[in-house]
Design a protein around this ligand. Structure first.
Ligand SMILES: Cc1ncc(COP(=O)(O)O)c(C=O)c1O
Length: 399
């Protein structure tokens, strides 16, 4: 591959924004106290954490007391699953949820999967049929992390409200990319991930609607108003707050969103002009930073090692690339070797520029099956809740 490398994997991690770096550097030097202590150092740290909480709350339209800092979206999601499980009842989730939701929901009790259509949108009729008196929560993501499809949250909320069922939205691919109004949404629980929108690694938050009590996942100290034990990561919270504040300024999010949409639309158009390449997911309602170009009828990673069309070619920079699979991980189909995990890199030489599309997770059974099913109105319910999805993800940032 020639030309300048462009980092396009913002769906996994978006590099720390300057506002976050600056705030974190200052906090590392200045804020050395335990925010739970009543001495000067502690009080300074407490004030900084509470300011950060307000900033994050403002970004998602929540009250600051509704925000619980966590170390990741996965932790926030696990807190929801374990907390809901402690209250009893089943958990319903869409077939395209991130593994953080799928795994936590299945480990904590009975989980019922609702299918999606060929674009990855939750099937509302099926959801209505699957909710019953035993349902405690419905998990639905804001946008899919692979194909970018944005879910009809309003319709899910409307349905759940009438049945008195909690709604948890995994907004890891929504916060910082789309405007979110937690207060007006009717959503009960919302999880987010800092590094997905330029916040520091190791940050996340769970937004819990006022009055809703969940048993904490992490127990011990009474940090975060006894909702998450453990000394707060003050510099990380402060940096997350600074990034949130930046994005919440008038016009900033809207501008970034429009830029990202324009970029991803162009990328999709150019890639789909290559014979054999299609875009998966809902092109009309999607995360602005996510596109998923995929080879048509691809059924196994090995087939992908052949170049498609004249310009799309593989650029593999992992040692296993292109080799015959030698082992598989337990529980995975033998056709999809573990060693392909995140290993394939597809590059495309466009006019005047070279971009690289990172295709992640090609060993995932869900993803591989979905590639086979792409475009068809069908979904799979494998033991792993195999889902529609794609063969990986590519995303670009507005920055
Ligand atoms: C939709 C979605 N949910 C949850 C997660 C987990 O986020 P974290 O890495 O902060 O645990 C991700 C990460 O990619 C995601 O895309």
């Amino acid at each position: 591959m020639t030309g300048t490398r462009s980092y396009l994997d913002h769906a996994s991690l978006s590099p720390l924004r300057p506002e976050g770096l600056q705030a974190m550097t200052a906090a590392l030097g200045d804020l050395g106290g335990d925010p739970g202590r009543q001495h000067t150092e502690g009080m300074q740290a407490r004030v900084a954490v509470e300011v950060a909480r307000e900033q994050v709350a403002a970004l998602v339209g929540a009250r600051s007391r509704e925000v619980v800092f966590t170390a990741s979206a996965s932790e926030a999601i696990a807190a929801v699953c374990w907390g809901v499980a402690a209250r009893g009842g089943t958990q319903v989730l869409s077939a395209v949820e991130h593994s953080a939701v799928r795994t936590a929901a299945t480990r904590t009790g009975d989980a019922i999967v609702v299918g999606v259509d060929g674009l990855g949108r939750i099937d509302i009729e099926q959801l209505a049929a699957k909710i019953d008196d035993t349902t405690a929560v419905v998990h639905v993501q804001w946008s899919n992390h692979e194909v970018g499809t944005t879910q009809p949250i309003d319709e899910v909320v409307e349905l759940c409200r009438s049945r008195k069922v909690l709604v948890h939205v995994d907004a890891a691919q929504g916060v910082g990319h789309d405007p979110i109004d937690f207060a007006g949404s009717g959503v009960d629980l919302l999880s987010l991930s800092g590094p997905k929108f330029g916040g520091p690694m190791g940050t996340g938050a769970l937004v819990v609607r006022r009055g809703l009590r969940l048993a904490p996942l992490l127990v011990g100290g009474d940090q975060e108003r006894a909702r998450r034990a453990g000394l707060e990561n003050v510099p990380a919270c402060v940096a997350l707050g600074a990034v949130a504040e930046h994005l919440a300024q008038p016009g900033v999010l809207a501008h970034e969103r429009a830029t990202a949409l324009a970029q991803t639309t162009r990328l999709t158009e150019e890639l789909c002009a290559i014979p054999g390449v299609i875009a998966l997911g809902d092109r009309a309602r999607r995360a602005p930073h996510l596109v998923l170009p995929a080879p048509q009828n691809r059924s196994s990673p090995r087939r992908c090692s052949k170049p498609w069309g004249s310009t799309l070619h593989i650029h593999c920079d992992c040692p296993w690339a292109g080799r015959r699979p030698t082992r598989t991980s337990p529980g995975r189909s033998r056709r999809f070797p573990w060693s392909w995990r995140n290993s394939a890199r597809y590059g495309v030489d466009g006019p005047g520029a070279t971009v690289e599309v990172v295709v992640a997770g090609v060993d995932d059974v869900d993803c591989a099956r979905a590639a086979v099913n792409a475009g068809r109105r069908s979904w799979l319910t494998s033991p792993r809740m195999g889902a529609f999805a794609g063969s990986g993800s590519a995303s670009i940032s507005a920055r």
